[in-house]
Design a protein around this ligand. Structure first.
Ligand code: SF4
Length: 67
């Protein structure tokens, strides 16, 4: 699966990075970037947790068949 962060709605709060630092990174940007794409299917649970915890609902999954 591919994971995307909407830079227009992301607050840069860092919650996603603290949940899954192997997937999300704040770095120099004011919004999170996805550093692992595609994300392996076995990491879906942690992606789902990040989606649930993101206060801005800025994270979404794009299924492979949508690409
Ligand atoms: S949890 Fe959501 S709002 Fe916070 S940095 Fe991650 S994508 Fe942005």
């Amino acid at each position: 699966m591919k994971v995307v962060v909407d830079p227009d709605t992301c607050l840069g709060c860092g919650v996603c990075e603290s949940i899954a630092p192997e997937i999300f990174e704040l770095g120099e940007e004011v919004y999170a970037t996805v550093i692992l794409n595609p994300v392996p299917e076995q990491m879906r649970d942690i992606v789902d947790e990040a989606i649930a915890e993101c206060p801005e609902e800025a994270i979404s999954i794009v299924e492979d068949e949508d690409l």
